[in-house]
Design a protein around this ligand. Structure first.
Ligand code: DLL
Length: 433
């Protein structure tokens, strides 16, 4: 179901004309209201009124996370605080959080974009939306909440945690839609099984999952265990929160980017050159409709690729590939680039393993070590030692073949790896500690 027929199905040329007009306006506005952008534009030797075509976007300066840190907390806002009606923040691994602000119109835009996102999963006003994204400074909870309300669905504002109660409510209230991180959805499946609740007996139909990387194999696990259809949604606080891009349930083939609000680019993270459609690189977004916190060419560090072919769902929006990792999540192990998602996809191919794993990187002397701990299911766990050893050997071989690095594989008992109610932590890099 398409929420905003007009904008989600615009012919490419009309979309580009709209983007150009909005880009010109936003460039003018940030130049005049945000000292950081005045300086950055001047340094790059570009004036807002020299933007004549969309290709001129490539002449504008990038914005990176450090710029936001240096202007902490509100220095990047483009309106006075009296116009800001909401503040969110995302906590990084170190230091101060990244702070983002919204005007009343921004909140309205965001609700519309989340209505589009949920409609990509065919959510309607007849649905009961169980929202288990965290409420608070994190954008997931309130983002999904406003979108579901905009559609007119009945929202249950659960937030994360208290998993047994979540299952009870899902059962008693007849929730039809689950919004949460994919890792929390798996934890719910596990908790339901412990409680003797079968997801097949629930009314749950679709899950709207994002906020962390997950593989297609992980999707299959979730769809089986929860007996639902699962779609991938993408966003980041700096750009708006969730509501930047979403897969459609019809095709599940790339995430439609809401391009009338955010212009996407893919760049080579090293040379910073813009790459053509189809090539893999770092996603960059320019916010062209936001009032309080519009970022120009924001480098997300997320790795993806863009595709312009129309989708069979009818949307004409450019699609991005599922984010396969972050350029700063990339581990360099003995000189080899390794993404956690590659290890996940090896593990998820193997029967008998659970979708719960931890990657531990360390250094012995001058040599990096890679250990992969993964849970086995109850059946395999009760098997003979010999079977488990053979399994370890097989995973070691598969990882070596796929990544070219040797890993020490350790099978662990079911339910020993820490579960997450929000974004899962899957890597411990002891070299950095
Ligand atoms: O995670 C916004 C969000 C909430 C998205 C709920 C989807 C659902 P941040 O906390 O600022 O915002 O984290 C943003 O999370 O740069 C990606 O690295 C990662 N991420 C978000 N969605 C996906 C996804 C929210 N579908 C960062 N696949 C982003 C992979 C994702 N990574």
């Amino acid at each position: 179901m398409i929420w905003d027929e007009e904008f989600e199905t615009l012919p490419r040329e009309a979309m580009q004309a709209l983007q150009l007009k909005r880009l010109q306006q936003v460039a003018q506005r940030v130049y005049n209201t945000v000292p950081f952008y005045k300086r950055a534009f001047d340094q790059a030797g570009i004036k807002p009124d020299s933007i004549k075509t969309l290709a001129d976007l490539a002449k504008l300066p990038f914005t990176i996370k450090d710029d936001l840190r240096e202007n902490y907390p509100f220095g990047m806002f483009s309106v006075p605080m009296s116009e800001v009606v909401r503040i969110h923040a995302s906590s990084g691994t170190t230091g101060k959080p990244t702070v983002v602000g919204y005007t009343r119109r921004d909140i309205n835009t965001w609700a519309e974009l989340m209505a589009r996102t949920l409609s990509c999963g065919n959510v309607t006003k007849g649905d009961i939306v169980h929202n288990a994204y965290g409420y608070g400074l994190f954008t997931g909870g309130l983002g999904a909440h406003y979108g579901a309300e905009r559609i007119g669905a009945s929202v249950i504002p659960m937030s994360g945690g208290n998993t047994k109660k979540q299952i009870m409510i899902m059962q008693d209230f007849g929730s039809t839609v689950l919004t949460s991180t994919p890792s929390y959805a798996l934890f719910m499946a596990e908790t339901a099984a412990e409680m003797g609740v079968d997801f097949k007996s629930l009314k749950l139909r679709v899950g709207i999952f994002g906020a962390e990387p997950w593989s297609d194999n992980m999707r299959k696990e979730i769809e089986e265990k929860l007996n639902i259809s699962a779609i991938d949604i993408y966003g980041l606080s700096e750009v708006i929160g969730p509501g930047v891009a979403s897969e459609c349930e019809e095709a599940k083939c790339g995430l439609h980017i809401f391009e009338d609000h955010f212009i996407p680019e893919i760049i080579d993270p090293n040379t910073k050159e813009v790459l053509p459609y189809g090539e893999k690189g770092e996603l960059v977004f320019t916010c062209i409709t936001k009032e309080a916190f519009p970022l120009i060419r924001y480098r997300t560090r997320d790795i993806s690729a863009l595709h312009a072919e129309p989708c069979r769902c009818g949307r004409t929006l450019v699609r991005m590939d599922r984010v396969s990792g972050r350029s700063d999540d990339m581990l360099i192990i003995r000189g080899v680039n390794v993404f956690p998602s590659q290890i996940e996809s090896v593990l998820m191919e193997i029967e008998g393993l659970e979708p719960h794993y931890m990657i531990i990187v360390d250094r012995e002397g001058s040599l990096d070590t890679l250990e992969v701990q993964v849970e086995v299911n109850e059946r395999l766990f009760s098997d003979e030692i010999k079977v488990l050893e053979a399994m370890e050997a097989r995973i070691t071989k598969d990882i070596k073949e796929m990544l070219g690095v040797a890993a020490k594989v350790k099978l662990v008992e079911p339910k020993t790896i820490e579960r997450s109610m929000g974004k899962a932590k899957r890597v411990i890099d002891k070299r950095k500690m």
